[in-house]
Design a protein around this ligand. Structure first.
Ligand code: SAM
Length: 330
């Protein structure tokens, strides 16, 4: 194994710089010569040339003659909006890239150090910088792959009348659930920024008449009495004390009607997660094994009733408040 290749930061940084300077867009607009590209991007032609030649050698862009650059298949991907916001050092991509520099502090202390670099914890930082918050929402939103709303529920979906999507972002998952099951009504709970943006998602999916959004913290009491409380990609954001507080709020709200809590994309049901996640660096959370999650949930009055993977490969765990749990637990 080539250790130096593994540790090499040159290509990732060159890619981030090329995206931030919109080089692919300038080439697509007909500028191929390095002087014209540097002029359009307001940067130094010699330094930009070094970056683009490096990228061309790495397989992104072509350099048919010295100082002239063209798009190839890999470079064309940089024109996609997701790549643009995910890699732009002046925007959300910069937050993610620089957040990795806090990994050593995280490992030394066990606590996320995002605030040390950006002045605020992650979610507050998104609120303070609306354009970065909007880029995050877009990466989570409908354009970022169709959410897999087809997870199994014990007893089937037919008996489900109401769903609350807790930390539901801008509503992509809830909209998909409501679109596929016209008898269900839904509530989205998220911070005010994301909750406000969900109105457009519900409208576009044609489900506004059955969806409402509540802008509040999930650490506060949740709207109570729904059949299903969904947590998708939320529990893995948080360390144990906060993850437990969120689960407790869901258990409290679900037990009113003998409802259940469904946790998606946060628990590894069959293996120990192999890769460290960006959520760990940003927030101190992590993917938990099913055993770890079972223990955490039990401390919050929730019993794991079923666990597995959706067709998409994403994990699901269905829990029942202990007061309501039957002997279906496996
Ligand atoms: C990783 S995103 C997951 C979004 C969505 N569930 C999905 O699967 O795309 C986590 C969500 O938690 C929300 N969030 C963070 N802190 C929150 C809080 N204190 N109360 C409510 N929502 C919060 C964020 O705004 C964000 O939408």
């Amino acid at each position: 194994m080539d250790l130096w290749a593994l540790a090499d930061l040159r290509t990732p940084w060159c890619l981030h710089v090329a995206v931030t300077l919109r080089i692919a867009e300038h080439i697509a607009a007909g500028r191929e010569e390095i002087g014209a590209l540097a002029g359009a991007a307001s940067c130094d032609a010699t330094m930009l040339g070094l970056v683009l030649t490096h990228l061309a050698h790495a397989g992104v862009f072509e350099e048919p003659e010295p100082g002239r650059f063209r798009l190839n298949e890999a470079a064309r991907q940089l024109l996609e909006p997701g790549a643009r916001s995910g890699l732009d050092l002046d925007g959300f991509g910069g937050r993610m890239a620089h957040a990795w520099s806090t990994l050593l502090t995280l490992v030394r202390t066990g606590k996320p150090a995002y605030r040390d670099v950006f002045g605020r914890p992650f979610w507050e930082d998104l609120d303070a910088h609306p354009e970065i918050g909007a880029a995050f929402d877009a990466l989570m939103g409908p354009g970022h792959g169709t959410p897999d709303a087809d997870f199994p529920l014990a007893g089937g979906w037919e008996a489900v009348r109401t769903v609350t999507d807790v930390g539901g972002g801008t509503g992509a998952m809830l909209a998909e659930i409501l679109r596929a099951r016209p008898w269900i009504r839904g509530t989205l709970v998220d911070l005010p920024r994301a909750a406000a943006a969900s109105a457009e998602t519900f409208r576009a999916a044609g489900v506004s008449d059955r969806a409402r959004a509540v802008g509040q913290s999930f650490f506060d009491p949740l709207p109570a009495g729904d059949d299903v409380y969904l947590l998708r990609g939320v529990i893995n954001d948080w360390p144990d004390p906060e993850a437990a507080a969120i689960l407790r709020r869901c258990a409290e709200a679900a037990q009113v009607v003998g409802g259940r809590v469904v946790v998606l994309k946060s628990v590894s049901p069959d293996e120990r997660p192999a890769e460290i996640q960006i959520e760990t660096v940003l927030l101190g959370g992590r993917q938990r094994t099913l055993g770890e999650f079972r223990t955490l949930a039990a401390g919050c009055g929730l019993e794991v009733a079923a666990a597995g993977r959706q067709k998409s490969g994403a994990s699901f765990v269905e829990c029942r408040p202990e007061a309501c749990a039957t002997d279906t637990a496996r």
